[in-house]
Design a protein around this ligand. Structure first.
Ligand SMILES: *[C@@H]1O[C@H](CO)[C@@H](O)[C@H](O)[C@H]1NC(C)=O
Ligand SMILES: *[C@@H]1O[C@H](CO)[C@@H](O)[C@H](O)[C@H]1NC(C)=O
Ligand SMILES: *[C@@H]1O[C@H](CO)[C@@H](O)[C@H](O)[C@H]1NC(C)=O
Ligand SMILES: *[C@@H]1O[C@H](CO)[C@@H](O)[C@H](O)[C@H]1NC(C)=O
Ligand SMILES: *[C@@H]1O[C@H](CO)[C@@H](O)[C@H](O)[C@H]1NC(C)=O
Ligand SMILES: *[C@@H]1O[C@H](CO)[C@@H](O)[C@H](O)[C@H]1NC(C)=O
Ligand SMILES: *[C@@H]1O[C@H](CO)[C@@H](O)[C@H](O)[C@H]1NC(C)=O
Length: 392
């Protein structure tokens, strides 16, 4: 009776102890130069007694299964359910087996090189996506090595954060600036040697996932000037949710025009975490059938729908003249018009004088030349002007 109770508690202790930090995954990647361990998970009640032997084996491509013994490598220690590496190196790649009675567990260990140009190894990051304004929590914890760890530091993008040294952690409402790589660096001493273990989180901050009302960007009705025989691409752009769709309606009663093609929808996440989608409607070799028809684009989702229309119109001929030339032409035309009007007005006022002046000019034409002719003309005009003013 007493014996039974004792073995039960012992068994329970072992079970709790191993299940906490044991490694269930069969494919494991470790970083060279870091302490590492493998620990058997008790999957069913095992009655361990003195005669039940535990053995560890490893095998790699070039070798048969070999038993690992305490002291077979200065870097490896083994006891009960655990195999420890101080530290693990590239050579340790391979398969590892734990055997206890009939039970075996196998792990396939891959070792990745340390990134010498960064404080962490990119292949060994845990990615987390956090919605903006939701809780962002980063806790530096390593339960297996807990007792050996003297200090822990937290880095963001390899810059040390001023968190306290015992249990650095972050707990805040996420903002977009919080995005980045957060590395917990644990330092531990063993047999007078310093080891570090780095655990890195790749934190991505995204827009609130709650559904938005999908909208199409741009005006509701778009007139697109086209030339017959040319091609045109109508682009429909939407701000939407992941499961919303963007599509074109271009079928007529007698089916769609053969020169109209709908392209694939292209989705992209902006740096602010907003989801954009765009879909192009391609119209090749435009003909009269394509004109004055409403090509509609729609975005539809749980949050609602939105539609916008495009209409192709033939480019007017006048628009063939480039704008600046057209304006210049108009200005010249107006100037000529103003000159003519002035001339007519002056003509009406000085009617008589001008006729006289003309006659005078004609009369002297043969006899006067050069400056004399010119001066005579001017002085005559002055004279008649003066007379005119006096008369009025
Ligand atoms: C120990 O285990 C072996 C086989 O695993 C068994 O034959 C033996 O009876 C066990 N001894 C005790 C004391 O439970
Ligand atoms: C295979 O394992 C042995 C030790 O068991 C080791 O010396 C050898 O380097 C390993 N080979 C490879 C390719 O990892
Ligand atoms: C091994 O398994 C067989 C059948 O599954 C069982 O009969 C035997 O007692 C087991 N031996 C040990 C040592 O557990
Ligand atoms: C081991 O890891 C390296 C680097 O992470 C990778 O390139 C390689 O494919 C992996 N090998 C296996 C067998 O998984
Ligand atoms: C970090 O996470 C983002 C989003 O999940 C991903 O796109 C990116 O590739 C990750 N970076 C690394 C180095 O794993
Ligand atoms: C870290 O631990 C080692 C061994 O336990 C000890 O000698 C050393 O003083 C400790 N360092 C700190 C900063 O606590
Ligand atoms: C396009 O949308 C307009 C306005 O919403 C609608 O009047 C028209 O019937 C639609 N055209 C087609 C082909 O669906």
């Amino acid at each position: 009776m007493y014996r039974g109770e004792l073995s039960l508690t012992l068994w329970a202790l072992i079970f709790i102890n191993t299940s906490e930090t044991c490694i269930l995954r069969t494919h494991i990647t470790a970083v060279e130069g870091e302490p590492f361990y493998l620990k058997y998970c008790l999957s069913s009640p095992v009655h361990k007694n003195e005669t039940t032997t535990i053995r560890w084996y490893r095998s790699n491509r070039s070798q048969e299964r070999v038993e690992l013994k305490q002291g077979s490598s200065p870097r490896i220690t083994l006891w009960d359910y655990v195999l420890e590496f101080w530290p693990v190196e590239l050579d340790d790649r391979g398969s590892y087996f734990f055997q206890m009675g009939n039970y075996t567990q196998q792990w396939i260990l891959n070792i990745t090189r340390r990134n010498k140009h960064s404080c962490f190894t990119e292949k060994q990051v845990t990615s987390k996506i956090v919605e903006v304004k939701k809780v962002l929590q980063i806790t530096c914890e390593n339960s297996y090595y807990q007792k050996l760890i003297n200090s822990t530091s937290l880095y963001k993008n390899c810059k040390k954060l001023p968190e306290n040294d015992k249990n650095p952690s972050i707990r805040k409402n996420a903002e977009f600036e919080d995005q980045g790589f957060y590395s917990c660096v644990f330092s531990l001493h063993r047999s007078g040697k310093l080891f570090t273990i780095t655990k890195t989180f790749n934190i991505t901050i995204v827009e609130d996932h709650s559904n938005i009302v999908p909208v199409l960007l741009g005006p509701k009705l778009n007139h697109v000037e086209v030339e017959l025989g040319k091609d045109v691409q109508l682009n429909c752009c939407a701000l939407l949710n992941k499961n919303d769709v963007v599509y074109w309606i271009f079928e007529k009663e007698n089916g769609p025009d053969p020169n109209v093609h709908e392209e694939e929808e292209k989705k992209a996440v902006t740096s602010e975490g907003k989801l954009h989608s765009s879909r192009i409607l391609r119209i090749e070799n435009i003909n009269e059938n394509n004109l004055n028809f409403l090509y509609n684009c729609t975005v539809a989702g749980e949050g609602g729908t939105d539609t916008k229309s495009f209409i192709l119109v033939k480019k007017a001929d006048m628009a063939d003249i480039p704008g600046h030339i057209f304006t210049r032409g108009m200005i010249i035309a107006i100037l000529i018009l103003v000159a003519v009007v002035c001339f007519v007005i002056v003509g009406v006022i000085y009617r008589v004088d001008l006729v006289l002046f003309y006659r005078h000019l004609m009369g002297k034409d043969e006899t006067l030349t050069g400056n004399a002719y010119h001066n005579a003309g001017i002085s005559y005009l002055m004279l008649s002007l003066r007379n005119h003013i006096k008369n009025h």
